[in-house]
Ligand binder design. Structure first.
Ligand SMILES: C[S@@+](CC[C@H](N)C(=O)[O-])C[C@H]1O[C@@H](n2cnc3c(N)ncnc32)[C@H](O)[C@@H]1O
Ligand SMILES: [Zn+2]
Length: 511
């Protein structure tokens, strides 16, 4: 009897087994991190291998956030034990690879919802949940991400919401800030850098991000600031504020890690952490104009929020007399949280390099991001020297001069060989003029009288108040010189490791 039963069971299972076997032929196996994905050979579901860095980094970022969340006293019971509690939403999941990696690789994860509106993508997610034996943790959901996230407006469900769209994340932000819990983490990718960081579509950039990009060297930092400002404005409507934990410009996209908090008091800072920017069309000098002021009352210690004062500059540039252009509004606050970066760096160092192929790059990028000054923007020494027509000073020498005048300087992760400083442009142009005059034979002879460089060279007001006039004194090597020099010689993997031919943003699937 039992024998017959087993035989009939075998007969039933046989066609199912062969069906699965045939189906498997239609898939490639892809291993990334601790997940293995069966990926259709036919171009039906989106997968971009080059985004492993984004996924590796996101795993470290979510882990760092969860450690900070727990050490802030949340989710610890009386015995100090922590049960799995983290709910993650990957709202635009495609193959499900990222969600599955979260399921495997985030300690204390309770639930990951992998959502996509493409039936082929959801089929792939379901297959791969089985394949990775993550049925208890990862759930597939077929639906429009905006509608799905909007359900949680009254009761935010997710500690972590990850948005990794094609192009801009803007349409998803409103519902995403509603779906994320208080003190939760929002992860945002935008790949539309042509709009966000380019100068060709200011009207589109304004429509999507509520601001325009600043021309010149710092377009990638201003891209980050535009995305942050759009998210901060959206969050403010729901009495929520944002705290950028890490804001990176990477290859062809930006990736942001943002803590979202419900705090009507903090929302009051929204105007004073938003700015517009004036940018000189001739020499590239920039000025920031905050859109509000936060002042502390000396007697009571309380803060008052008032209208901003301005403008910080006239219609024409103080240095070269060319017209000033306007950019923004954009985020004026810090781009990173150093404690968060330290945690990510620590975690990244502890990972198995065989499993996580991009840890060197994480270390390189975050080391640079960590030392960045909080002040907006950067420039390449070469951009300034091309205005006054002289060879560019080496970056560490320029940093030294800024330091000797009492200012700070740092590098930036967003552009190689660019410098950030809290010095006013008066000091920057003074240093450049001193540098130029020291090279007498090159002293801007070929400049036309109407050029910005000519005006700067003949503007005797520049540096009038600065006491340190001698070249030798001004450019004397100091700590900053050595700091910047060693940071530059430290082997930083800023760019993609092992890129394939034609790597970059991938197009949508064709089927
Ligand atoms: C760039 S892919 C996501 C890649 C994935 N996060 C990864 O790491 O491999 C974008 C996905 O978003 C989905 N999508 C686009 N708009 C959507 C919407 N409104 N609702 C749900 N899914 C959407 C697409 O079907 C596509 O699979
Ligand atoms: Zn100018």
């Amino acid at each position: 009897m039992l024998k017959r039963l087993l035989q009939s069971l075998k007969n039933i299972l046989k066609p199912i087994k062969s069906q699965v076997m045939t189906d498997l032929d239609a898939y490639n196996k892809i291993k990334e991190g601790k997940a293995e994905i069966l990926f259709p050979k036919e171009d039906k579901v989106f997968y971009n291998p080059i985004q492993q860095f984004n996924r590796d980094l996101s795993i470290c970022g979510i882990r760092a956030w969860s450690e900070l969340y727990q050490s802030a006293g949340k989710k610890r019971n009386n015995e100090g034990e922590v049960k799995p509690f983290i709910n993650i939403l990957e709202a635009l999941s495609a193959s499900g690879l990222r969600a599955l990696r979260y399921g495997h690789e985030i300690p204390l994860v309770k639930k990951v919802v992998a959502n996509d509106f493409s039936p082929a993508a959801v089929e792939s997610i379901k297959l791969n949940i089985e394949h990775n034996q993550l049925n208890g943790t990862v759930k597939a959901n077929e639906g429009d991400a905006i509608l799905f996230m909007s359900q949680f407006r009254d009761k935010p469900e997710f500690h972590v919401v990850d948005l990794d769209p094609y192009g801009t994340a803007t349409p998803f932000i409103d519902s995403a800030v509603q779906a994320v819990k208080n003190d939760g983490l929002l992860l945002v990718t935008c790949t539309d850098l042509g709009v966000l960081a380019g100068s060709a579509y200011p009207e589109k950039c304004f429509a999507l991000y509520g601001g325009t990009n600043i021309p010149g060297d710092a377009t990638h930092e201003s891209a980050l600031r535009l995305v942050l400002s759009m998210i901060a404005s959206t969050a403010a409507k729901y009495k929520k504020t944002i705290e950028p934990m890490l804001s990176l410009s990477i290859d062809f996209y930006v990736r942001l890690f943002i803590r979202v908090k419900t705090s009507p008091i903090k929302v009051k800072e929204h105007a004073s952490t938003t700015m517009i920017n004036y940018h000189c069309s001739g020499c590239g000098t920039t000025y920031d104009q905050p859109l509000g002021r936060k002042i502390q009352d000396e007697k009571t210690g309380r803060y008052k929020f008032t209208m901003a004062r301005g403008p910080p500059v006239g219609e024409k540039c103080t240095f070269c007399h060319k017209a000033m252009h306007l950019a923004g509004p954009m985020w004026a606050g810090p781009l990173h949280n150093k404690t968060f970066i330290d945690r990510v760096l620590q975690l990244s160092k502890s990972l198995d390099k065989e499993v996580y192929g991009t840890t060197d790059r994480i270390e390189g990028m975050l080391t640079l991001a960590r030392q960045e000054l909080d002040t907006p923007f950067y420039f390449k020494p070469g951009s300034l020297s091309s205005v006054i027509k002289c060879p560019a000073p080496p970056i560490n020498e320029l940093a030294s001069a800024l330091g000797n005048l009492g200012y700070k300087a740092s590098l930036t992760h967003a552009m190689p060989s660019a410098i950030k400083t809290n010095a006013p442009w008066e000091a920057i142009w003074f240093i450049m003029k001193t540098w130029l005059h020291h090279r007498k034979e090159e002293s801007g002879k070929n400049l036309s009288e109407t050029s910005p460089g000519y005006s700067i060279i003949h503007n005797d007001q520049i540096g009038k108040e600065i006491e340190l006039k001698e070249y030798e004194e001004l450019f004397k090597k100091n700590d900053l010189y050595h700091e910047i020099k060693s940071l530059r010689s430290f082997k930083i993997v800023r760019f993609q490791q092992n890129p394939t031919k034609f790597w970059g943003p991938k197009a949508k699937p064709t089927n």
